[in-house]
Design a protein around this ligand. Structure first.
Ligand SMILES: *[C@@H]1O[C@H](CO)[C@@H](O)[C@H](O)[C@H]1NC(C)=O
Ligand SMILES: *[C@@H]1O[C@H](CO)[C@@H](O)[C@H](O)[C@H]1NC(C)=O
Ligand SMILES: *[C@@H]1O[C@H](CO)[C@@H](O)[C@H](O)[C@H]1NC(C)=O
Ligand SMILES: *[C@@H]1O[C@H](CO)[C@@H](O)[C@H](O)[C@H]1NC(C)=O
Ligand SMILES: [Zn+2]
Length: 420
């Protein structure tokens, strides 16, 4: 081999490959701007695996290793903020949804208590910045499904007080006031064609409280109505682009244009079924969704919403929360600017959250909405009617007709006993 060629070969080996360069660049960017992810279901795993007994040795978040999420992986992945989902299944609707939601909120608070060197539970945009500066994973709560408030604005307000900072209006079931994505598959019938009158009050109350509205899982009509009426920008905490993979959980183009005009945010989901509409996907396939949202709605509309620990099929190269830098490297390889990358990682979410907080401040002095949902809209065997009728929930006091019948029967019995 001629000397010149050897020299060239050595140079080629010494220089990092462009892939390696992009990964190093991604790490450098993420040290300053770690990712704030929109949706992670670790709390569901803690319920499912350990019935929320976090102090079991096998539930230790440092050693836990059959989940997508644990503390070493969060560190490796440069996760600086996480909306932890306090998901409870649709099966709980009209049953124990509120109680189970409270339990999942409790488990997030206990994560922060048990691992204070890793997690800082925060409730506002300044809190996120501060936690990141202190090297903590800013931990926030997202309520995944309107069924969690059991059609009550009072429960909504109470969840806010306990730290909930977004609510997905539906999971994969209609609530008594909003339609979910399954109506677009025609496997369920549309009931509200978006939101009922009460559903619009829920959105207004969320604006007043400063709770972000999340449109993952809702029907396209619900997306459009909410984007039209919300006083603050909204998020899709874990949804991808319909034009890249036509799954009804994804966001169609006309909605992406509304996202752009309202300053809202699509935090792209990594679940294979939403990324490629198949059971296999790559880092590049996820980047295609990010490129697409950027093309249609602008770079300021892009975020990360991995859906880790909520799904069972993740792209090769994005297997767990340690892998975010690989996706960032892919965006850099596609010539995203550092500013665009930082936007997608964190700044876009912070912008939306600050705007939600600004709308809250502008509505200070507006009274809490006291409107109850109509009783007919929620009537069921698990529900009393206190407050709805004058002698509601009258288990103690038998209705007049029953009392009369009892009196007559008693009288008759007495009469018979006298006769016999
Ligand atoms: C989890 O395990 C680590 C490493 O063994 C240990 O240092 C830590 O105290 C444990 N934390 C809890 C909350 O059990
Ligand atoms: C995963 O954790 C379990 C229990 O803590 C441990 O026995 C096992 O060796 C670990 N596996 C790996 C691959 O680290
Ligand atoms: C959006 O709001 C405007 C004005 O309130 C209304 O005329 C229009 O029909 C609404 N569009 C949708 C899709 O709700
Ligand atoms: C990125 O920019 C470089 C240099 O301008 C160019 O050669 C390359 O084709 C671009 N890549 C993509 C994916 O646009
Ligand atoms: Zn979900």
């Amino acid at each position: 081999m001629p000397g010149g060629s050897v020299w060239l070969l050595m140079l080629a080996l010494a220089l990092p490959s462009t892939g390696q360069q992009h990964l190093e660049e991604a790490e450098r960017i993420m040290i300053a701007t770690p990712v704030i992810d929109g949706h992670n279901d670790l709390p569901w795993q803690l319920l499912y695996k350990f019935n929320n007994q976090m102090r079991l040795p096998e539930a230790n978040l440092t050693v836990l290793n059959d989940t997508h999420t644990n503390i070493p992986k969060l560190r490796q992945g440069h996760v600086g903020g996480q909306f932890w989902s306090v998901y409870v299944p649709c099966e709980t609707q009209n049953k124990d949804a509120v109680k189970r939601t409270l339990e999942q909120m409790d488990v997030v608070h206990r994560m922060c208590d048990l691992y204070p060197e890793t997690f800082a539970c925060v409730t506002d945009s300044d809190g996120i910045k501060e936690a990141i500066q202190n090297g903590k994973v800013a931990s926030l709560i997202g309520v995944e499904g309107g069924h969690s408030i059991d059609s009550s604005l009072a429960v909504l307000r109470t969840l806010y007080r306990l730290g909930a900072r977004y609510m997905t209006l539906t999971h994969s079931c209609n609530t008594p006031w909003a339609d979910n994505w399954l109506v677009d598959t025609e496997s369920e019938k549309p009931v509200h064609h978006g939101l009922s009158a009460f559903g619009k009050l829920v959105v207004a109350e969320m604006n007043r409280l400063g709770m972000m509205v999340d449109l993952a899982h809702v029907s396209v009509d619900t997306m459009k109505v909410v984007l039209n009426i919300s006083k603050a920008p909204v998020i899709f905490s874990h949804s991808s682009a319909y034009s890249i993979c036509p799954h009804r959980r994804n966001v169609p183009d006309d909605v992406l244009r509304q996202v752009a005009s309202t300053g809202s945010l699509v935090m792209v989901n990594f679940y294979n079924a939403y990324v490629t509409c198949s059971d296999k996907a790559t880092v590049s396939d996820v980047a295609d969704h990010m490129d697409y949202v950027k093309k249609v709605a602008g770079a300021k509309a892009v975020g990360f919403g991995g859906d880790y620990d909520g799904v069972d099929g993740l792209p090769t190269g994005l297997e767990d929360v340690s892998k975010y830098p690989a996706l960032v490297a892919e965006l850099l390889a596609r010539n995203w600017t550092e500013q665009e990358v930082k936007g997608a990682l964190a700044e876009n979410l912070l912008r939306v959250f600050r705007e939600v907080e600004r709308v809250k401040a502008s509505l200070q002095g507006t009274a809490a909405d006291e409107t109850p949902i109509a009783f007919e809209e929620v009537q069921g065997p698990c529900r009393t009617s206190y407050g709805y009728t004058k002698n509601a929930g009258t288990a103690r006091r038998p209705p007049a007709a029953l009392a009369l019948a009892l009196a007559v029967a008693l009288g008759l019995a007495l009469l018979l006993s006298v006769v016999s």
